[in-house]
Design a protein around this ligand. Structure first.
Ligand code: SAM
Length: 282
């Protein structure tokens, strides 16, 4: 387990992932019925952009660091809850903080909602458990996220989301994501699933998306954001998320925020996006 998210917090991939996460959380919180958010690869929850790790890569400068200027009003309206979540975490933990997914989820929880954060790295799981020890709405589990997913669904609330955000250190993790999503969507068909992936060699993403398209009994969306010309399969040139059972507004929202992010986060003048339906129409 060499991957350390502290080097990458706030980068362009986090921006897309956390923006979509916040859109889905807002959708769940729009109804009074309680929900549960399960984060299978949770990380540390809070990162300091002035710490040595973030400083060594400087990745956040080309991610969250590029969002200072406002977007067009219709895009800004979609980003507002994400900006509010970052601001709320900064108010708690300091002005140079960037939130990880557990911190973002926690800001959305109401009294009856639950956040379950699974992390395999022993020290990170301990840090996370310590940070949220006094918050009875949250639970931290030191487990393998892939195994925990199967055990944690369907949750008692029967309403909620699962974020799967693995480090992609091992070969075949993109196919594992597709297979796990298919299996999970069979076990808990009405859950909202967000599966994150990096884009280096797009053929792996295409293969995973085709497997989901063929096998899913539920509707899904593939949201890709490219910030560099994809001409070197060894380089991270984009990122994406598969969202199963997306809120009905998400496709139209993505058609607004994806081009805006592609333009703002583009490197060497290249930015592109894709927003495609997968699986079965509702
Ligand atoms: N979801 C976090 C966020 O958005 O802030 C970032 C997660 S980071 C990309 C991936 C995390 O997965 C790392 O913290 C790593 O220690 C953890 N990890 C690696 N293998 C794991 C496994 N099998 N089960 C659970 N966590 C794992």
């Amino acid at each position: 387990m060499n991957y350390r998210h502290a080097f990458h917090a706030g980068n362009f991939a986090d921006v897309l992932k956390h923006l979509v996460l916040v859109r889905v959380l807002a959708h769940l919180a729009a109804k009074p019925k309680p929900f549960r958010a399960i984060d299978t690869h949770a990380g540390l929850g809070v990162y300091d952009l002035e710490a040595e790790e973030a400083g060594r890569t400087g990745e956040w400068h080309d991610g969250f660091g590029r969002l200072d200027a406002p977007f067009a009003p219709e895009v800004e309206a979609l980003l507002a809850p994400y900006r509010a979540a970052v601001a709320a975490v900064r108010a708690r933990h300091g002005a140079t903080t960037y939130p990880g997914s557990p911190a973002i989820i926690r800001e959305s929880l109401r009294a009856g909602d639950k956040g379950v954060f699974v992390e395999l790295h022993p020290a990170d799981a301990q840090t996370l458990a310590h940070r949220y020890a006094s918050d009875t709405r949250t639970k931290v589990m030191h487990l393998d996220g892939w195994t925990a997913l199967n055990a944690l669904i369907p949750p008692p609330e029967r309403r909620g989301l699962v974020l799967i955000d693995p480090p992609y250190e091992e070969r075949g993790e993109i196919d594992r994501l597709g297979a796990s999503l298919l299996k999970a969507a069979r076990k808990w068909p009405t859950g909202i699933y967000l599966g994150w992936y990096p884009i280096k060699d797009v053929s792996g993403v295409d293969r995973m998306a085709a497997a989901l398209d063929a096998g899913l009994e539920r509707p899904a969306l593939r949201l890709d954001l490219m910030i560099e010309r994809p001409d070197d399969p060894a380089r991270l040139t984009g990122t994406g998320l598969v969202v199963i059972n997306p809120p009905w507004t998400l496709a139209a929202e993505a058609e607004l925020f994806l081009p805006a992010l592609a333009e703002r986060l583009a490197r060497n003048g290249y930015g592109a996006f894709r927003c495609e339906p997968l699986g079965r129409e509702e």
